[in-house]
Write a protein that binds this ligand. Sequence first.
Ligand code: SF4
Length: 261
Amino acid sequence: MPAAKKKPSAKRYRRLKAPQIEALYQRLAALNPNPTTELNYKDPYTLLVAVTLSAQATDVGVNKATKRLFPIAHTPKQMVALGVEKLGDYIKTIGLWRNKAKNVVALSQKLLDDYGGKVPDNREALESLPGVGRKTANVVLNTAFGQPMIAVDTHIFRVSNRTGLAPGKDVVAVEKALEKVTPEKYLVDAHHWLILLGRYICKARTPECWHCPIADICLYKDKTPSPDEQKSIKKAASKTLVKKKSRKLAAKPKLKKAKRS
Ligand code: SF4
């Protein structure tokens, strides 16, 4: 009988333990007791618009556009009256603006038609709006309605995996893991703490581990040394290289001599 094929084993993640997770959140909470989004908004509707515009764009870029847009249109009625074309003029500096303009006007129309012009406070209704996916719905539920939701974006995905807080292969797995391991008292704010950590310290290319407040807790193996340490590492490496080169040069004549004899 042929030997049964071995099943490929599921990826094993290194995970933080409950006391470490508590310490991690305690540190982030102490540094920023009242975290919030960096998007400018004044109510659930303007937040919904800003978050819809923010996909694949920076908060700074969205704020620049909404600074001009919101004085003209900050209600679903005003947005529908503005229309796709004119809205496009305000958001042209943001990536994917054509699609976003269509979605913002369509979702505003749906809010007027089905929800009395108000942003609903439940996921199902939010996700029924044009251009609103799970992530946008989670941000609105969390930030506008204070619900304990964690919207996993690229920053949170990276931080959760690097630290071992809630590792997972995709955003849904990380979201579920975060909801499971995050103590209830931190669930409302965890979203912002982790985004800010990812945006300003645990950066995608080079995490700035040397001034990270949770460096001693984080399980990431290749922590980045401080700029001073990096300089001395480079110096030491170039010294070794010079030594190697001069040893090679010193060895060459001997070889030649050996060949002649
Ligand atoms: S120690 Fe480094 S890898 Fe870990 S969370 Fe901080 S910045 Fe990210």
